[in-house]
Write a protein of this length. Structure first.
Length: 119
């Protein structure tokens, strides 16, 4: 499995960004996908997960109501729409894949894309 994340950048507080993650190497629909982030000087944390079918999603409390995870199984791509961004959303964002939605440690990881939110 190969994952390629894109879409990060610099945005002002209150703005929006959409991250994309292209998946290749296996059957995309067989994998749950997740977005994770590592803020500067902090541990990596889960942001949002989506099941292989797209019917199940879950979010960290800190992003509920602001971020939306979605997937297009025809395009082998998962997205993270981030609205109402806050400076505390600044982090390197990683996409990850695993056959099991609730897996504690996702198996496959992309290279990360940096998001910086200025106040």
């Amino acid at each position: 499995v190969q994952l390629q994340a894109s879409g990060g950048g610099l945005v002002q507080a209150g703005g929006s960004l959409r991250l994309s993650c292209a998946f290749s190497g296996r059957t995309f629909g067989n994998y749950a996908m997740g977005w994770f982030r590592r803020p500067p000087g902090k541990e990596r944390e889960s942001v949002a997960l989506i099941s292989g079918s797209g019917r199940s999603t879950s979010y960290a409390d800190s992003v509920k109501g602001r971020f939306t995870i979605s997937r297009d199984n025809a395009k082998n791509t998962v997205y993270l729409q981030m609205n109402s961004l806050k400076p505390e959303d600044t982090a390197v964002y990683y996409c990850a894949a695993d056959p099991i939605y609730s897996s504690i440690n996702y198996d496959y990881w992309g290279q990360g894309t940096e998001v910086t939110v200025s106040s």
